[in-house]
Design a protein around this ligand. Structure first.
Ligand SMILES: [Mg+2]
Length: 173
């Protein structure tokens, strides 16, 4: 039950997804959610550590982009310093925004990984689109009003997922 909501991987922070690990998966494109995946919702731009991480990926030949459900301003301001392509008001878990992004950066879902902090938007979108889904622990316990009510349901799904993974010999912890 609810297998369609299970991520391929569940990690504590985006930094665990090193260029090496990504390439070993046969993936050449990483699509990020912004809010509570990369930074808390009130932080406008990437910090130095994030900048260094992004450049470690691009140096390894991995394309990076942003897929956000927020307004244009959010992605525009965040992506400007790193010149990262983005699609805003993406409508995740719908896949239209994701497809638009794939066309924009000339990538395919089969070689793309989506990293996000929400099961009902990011993970579900990735799974539907046939991309590799990576759930990241939220960087801040503070959520926007629209997100907070979904968290208790997410916790239930995460518990089920972890139980499933224990039973079936999950590769990652
Ligand atoms: Mg988010």
């Amino acid at each position: 039950m609810f297998r369609f909501l299970y991520p391929n991987e569940y990690i504590s922070s985006v930094y665990e997804m090193t260029a090496e690990k990504i390439k070993a998966l046969g993936i050449d494109t990483v699509v990020f959610d912004i809010d509570n995946t990369l930074v808390p919702y009130w932080v406008k731009v990437p910090d130095k550590k994030l900048m260094a991480y992004f450049s470690s990926l691009s140096k390894a030949g991995i394309r990076t982009a942003v897929l956000s459900n927020s307004k244009e301003e959010r992605s525009k301001v965040f992506c400007a310093p790193v010149r990262m392509p983005y699609v805003y008001r993406a409508g995740k878990p719908g896949t239209k925004g994701f497809k638009k992004l794939m066309d924009k950066i000339d990538s395919v879902p089969e070689r793309t990984l989506i990293m996000g902090d929400q099961i009902f938007t990011d993970v579900w979108c990735a799974n539907r689109a046939g991309a590799y889904s990576v759930l990241v622990k939220q960087v801040s316990p503070k959520d926007e009003l629209i997100t907070a009510p979904k968290r208790p349901f997410e916790k239930i799904i995460i518990k089920m997922y972890l139980r499933y993974r224990r039973k079936n010999g999950g590769t990652y912890e």
